[in-house]
Design a protein around this ligand. Sequence first.
Ligand SMILES: [Zn+2]
Length: 98
Amino acid sequence: MDGEKAVATLKEIALDKGLPHTEYALFGVRCPYCGKMDRIRPLEPPDEIEEILGEELSRYREAWEVLARQDCEVGICWFCRQVLRLEEDMTSAGPFQE
Ligand SMILES: [Zn+2]
């Protein structure tokens, strides 16, 4: 699975399952796609949401490992539903593909 496919897979599963399960959003972080502030939520690592993922667990984990390997966190914009790369300190977000 390449990065592009991994982003698409996480997005599909996140929308299907209503992820992330937390209501917690990152304040002061702007979405690079739609420009909205305070709409980005970090996605949970697969081990934290095994029961929610169910049969999608292995696909989610495979995609997660592709993206998390890039030394960053993974988030999703709750406004435009794009999967985003979060810097480790979660103060800024960017696209996975440059
Ligand atoms: Zn957005």
